[in-house]
Design a protein. Structure first.
Lengths: 127, 297
């Protein structure tokens, strides 16, 4: 489930896994999420690493704390996650594409055309 | 709260300095990986903490007491390695009974469950077991003590892959259920990094790094690119490792403090450095690698 050899820190992967669970409706607003100990057991990781993943989501306002009870899904968590992914992940990917295109000498029109083709191919597959 | 507090600790054997003015603390209820090359001083450090060895100079406190020959420290800690000596006159079953007598938190049911799971014969003699089976028994003994300070020095010597996996799993599960302070030394950081909260890297008796594993993962980056470009970039910066990959390409490892987007734009590829590789780079001799030691034409 987690990519241990990967380059992405484990706590980030734990945070992303929880985000996906929230997006999929496995955890609803104001519902309690797994504790650091449950996550540590599930993913076979140190509980401090699991806690770091939970704290990241708390810092991002996806989760909130109830003292002594654990962490719960914030209202509007889905929107926060989607917005965050758009701004961080998608923008980063696009930036990589732009840099690569620049190195290969692909100009603006050609790049936009490639994007369009890719979008259309995706729409075809969806049907 | 700290279980272990070490200040300016040195240990000298004859003329050989095994530990050289080491200072560190170990927090209660954490799992720390003690990493280093052969002869780095890992075992000496762990044996000083367990009270098996006497320090030469400096200060060492375990549970706020000097550990050497201290019965309180002994009863609160266990030291497991592959040279563990058990009396030959006792069977494995009797050894577990003695463990129960000495350690106040000993879990008999847990010991029995693992003993059966790994199919040990209660009447067997420790000394007659193979290396891997001895290590497996030692592990069962060490975990069953539930000692507030549990020290494993290269615990998996001789164990096959599946037993090693079982060991790491049961270590984590038992730690989750019964938190305690665990020190685990290994050559194989890769195998244990998921278990760890902190990593202590020692080299030539000194401590190089002591950080949370998550920070170690993000500590350094490796950069490959044209020699001239890379050299320009690293000027005045501290380099962990440097290698010419061919006549005009260069690979360097350095602390992560450059924006990767900037590097990509000048055609330098950047990759993260895994903690185990970072430890290798950090403890490499300045002599160069094995290729430089041997000259093949």
């Amino acid at each position: 489930m987690l990519d241990m050899d990967g380059t992405k820190p484990i706590y980030i992967q734990v945070a992303e896994w929880l985000e996906n669970e929230i997006l999929n409706g496995q955890f609803n607003e104001n519902e309690k999420v797994h504790s650091q100990y449950t996550l540590a057991d599930m993913f076979n990781i140190n509980p401090a690493t699991a806690a770091k993943g939970l704290n990241k989501l708390h810092d991002d306002c996806v989760l909130y704390n109830k003292r002594g009870l654990g962490k719960f899904v914030s209202e509007g968590a889905k929107e926060i996650i989607l917005e965050k992914r758009k701004n961080e992940t998608l923008k980063g990917l696009i930036q990589d594409v732009v840099i690569e295109a620049n190195q290969l000498g692909v100009d603006e029109n050609e790049l936009l055309l490639m994007m369009k083709e890719s979008l259309e191919a995706f729409k075809e597959d969806e049907k | 709260m700290n279980v272990v507090e070490i200040n300016n600790l040195s240990k000298v054997y004859q003329r050989n300095k095994a530990l050289d003015k080491l200072s560190l603390t170990i927090k209660t209820n954490t799992i720390t990986g003690v990493i280093g090359r052969n002869g780095a001083g890992k075992t000496t450090l762990l044996k000083l903490i367990a009270g098996y060895l006497k320090e030469s100079t400096g200060e060492i406190n375990v549970f706020s007491k000097r550990p050497f020959n201290n019965l309180i420290v002994s009863s609160q800690s266990v030291f497991i390695d592959d040279n563990m000596y058990f009396p030959e006159s006792l069977t494995l079953e009797e050894l577990l009974i003695e463990g129960e007598r000495f350690y106040e938190n000993w879990d008999k049911a847990f010991a029995k469950a693992l003993f059966d799971y790994f199919s040990f014969d209660p009447r067997a003699i420790h000394d007659h077991l193979s290396k891997g089976r001895q290590s497996t028994f030692n592990m069962i003994f060490g975990l069953s003590t539930r000692a507030p300070l549990t020290i494993f020095d290269e615990p998996t010597t001789g164990m096959d892959v599946s037993v090693r996996k079982d060991f790491y799993r049961v270590l984590l599960k038992d730690y989750l259920a019964y938190p305690r302070t665990i020190l685990l030394s290994s050559h194989h950081l890769d195998e244990i990094e998921h278990l760890l909260e902190n990593v202590l890297l020692i080299d030539q008796g000194r401590h190089l790094l002591h950080l949370p594993i998550d920070d170690l993962k993000e500590y350094a980056v490796g950069m490959t690119g044209e020699k001239t470009k890379v050299e320009e970039l690293i000027q005045g910066k501290q380099i962990i490792y440097k290698e010419n990959t061919d006549s005009n390409m260069m690979f360097v490892v350095m602390k992560r403090n450059i924006d990767p987007q900037v590097l990509k734009q000048v055609g330098i590829s950047v990759k993260p450095i895994r903690p185990s590789d970072l430890c290798v780079y950090l403890t490499k001799d300045s002599k160069g690698g094995i290729d430089d030691a041997l000259k093949y034409e």
